[in-house]
Design a protein around this ligand. Structure first.
Ligand code: MV4
Length: 409
């Protein structure tokens, strides 16, 4: 904010009166005579209604159309659309389920375990695993209760539960002229309570054949729906290298810098260009990915106390540098981390010619990163980077549970 040419106060800390308030944001855009709004990756970045309001105010929303955000926000609908485009999707209900009996019939057919998900959800909220036929009645009603509390759309869909999958997402980009490119994949399997902590690209241990199949599927899916601007197609990949579409994110994501590092492009610049009506200026064939990049998300959290938030003043701050190190942060010495917002303080991104070099550079960068006055998850990252299975690239969505105990144990 201090670096900006102009800044406008949009309201108090309460989110409903500032960052989540459509009219406050539109007012700020009007006051500054802004042509466009970049929605970032939180708050209103996947809010179809906000994108629609921008449109009606003649302010360009830097992202896909309101209709696209709406469609992809209905997770079961998004699956059907991708299935029609020939993208493999996780087996399960065709659309949402009417009741527990229907869910049980489908599950009896495809086999247990299954997972119940909120069609209006995402990010892991309102999910429930059902292990057998006898669990369905109770499991369904528990899921329904949670989903009704959490989301306006309380419909539920069902999927085969994939055991210890890898979470691999493909970065795609579309323009106004029907061009779509795939800019590489990211492995985001290292998560805790559906919060990603470490991401890397390229994904380790997947064949070139699987990678190109996923790119092709992602491009076909995005072309089929006429996708514009930056988006991510999320896949789950099982131990037999089968890949299944899970959901689509209609925003730029926190972890986009690792893709920028290996392809040498500025994705936010590209978002602005495409939003301004420029065509994508390069072909799929011209995209050359080289080397390996890893991101560690540094959060203001006390990882020894079950990752509870640790807001407060940063008393000293030293940022590491050197070859292949990129730090994205809004913080500085004497900056106060407020309790109202996300606990992400910095992204440490390490690039190397190969995975080993990226890991070693990341370890050095984390050693040299000094953040005092608050607790952070830096020691957690150091523990993961030392882990033998992580070093071997043997990771999946259960890695943390299976391999990393918390601070005191
Ligand atoms: C799944 C899954 C296995 N099978 N779906 C969905 C939202 C995302 N944040 C996590 N999700 C998952 N969906 C099917 N059909 C595994 C995950 C998953 C997960 C599930 C339970 C506990 C931790 C998890 C970590 C990553 C992914």
């Amino acid at each position: 904010m201090r670096f900006a040419d102009e800044a406008v106060c949009i309201g108090p800390a309460v989110l409903s009166e500032s960052y989540l308030n459509y009219s406050r944001i539109i007012c700020a855009a009007e006051i500054t005579n802004a042509d466009a709004v970049h929605p970032g990756y939180g708050f209103l970045s996947e809010d179809a209604q906000f994108a629609d309001i921008c449109k009606s105010c003649n302010i360009k929303f830097i992202g896909p159309s309101p209709e696209m955000i709406e469609k992809m926000g209905h997770k079961s609908l998004a699956k059907n659309i991708m299935k029609e485009a020939g993208v493999p999707v996780i087996p399960g209900s065709n659309g949402t389920t009417k009741n527990w009996k229907e869910a049980r019939e489908i599950a009896d057919e495809i086999g247990y375990p299954v997972i119940l998900k909120a069609s209006g959800g995402g990010g892991g909220r309102g999910m429930r695993i059902v292990n057998d036929n006898k669990e369905m009645k109770n499991g369904y009603s528990m899921a329904k209760g949670e989903v009704e509390k959490a989301f306006p759309d309380s419909k539920i869909y069902l999927e085969k539960f994939i055991i210890k999958p890898r979470h691999i997402e493909v970065q795609i980009f579309g323009d106004d002229f029907g061009n779509v490119v795939a800019l590489g994949e990211r492995d985001c399997s290292i998560q805790r309570r559906h919060q990603k902590l470490i991401e890397e690209t390229p994904a380790t241990g997947i064949s070139e054949e699987l990678r190109s199949k996923m790119f092709e599927a992602a491009i076909n899916g995005a072309k089929k729906v006429g996708y514009k601007n930056a988006g991510t197609i999320e896949f789950l990949v099982n131990s037999d290298e089968q890949y299944y579409f899970m959901e689509m994110n209609t925003r730029i994501q926190v972890e986009h810098p690792i893709t920028e590092m290996v392809i040498g492009r500025d994705l936010v610049k590209d978002q602005i260009l495409v939003a301004a009506g420029s065509p994508i200026s390069y072909s799929q064939e011209s995209i050359k990915s080289s080397g390996h990049a890893i991101e560690c998300r540094i959060n203001a959290e006390d990882w020894e106390r079950d990752f509870i938030p640790s807001p407060g003043k940063i008393t000293s701050f030293h940022i590491p540098g050197g070859p292949g190190i990129r730090i994205d942060t809004h913080a500085y010495a004497q900056y106060e981390i407020l309790p109202y917002y996300d606990s992400l303080v910095a992204k440490v991104v390490a690039y190397g010619q190969n995975r080993d070099e990226a890991i070693v550079r990341m370890e050095r960068a984390l050693d040299e990163l000094i953040l005092e006055g608050i607790k952070t998850n830096i020691p957690f990252h150091q523990k993961v980077l030392k882990n033998d299975n992580f070093r071997k690239g043997l990771i999946n969505t259960s890695f943390l549970e299976d391999e990393i105990k918390n601070g005191n144990s």
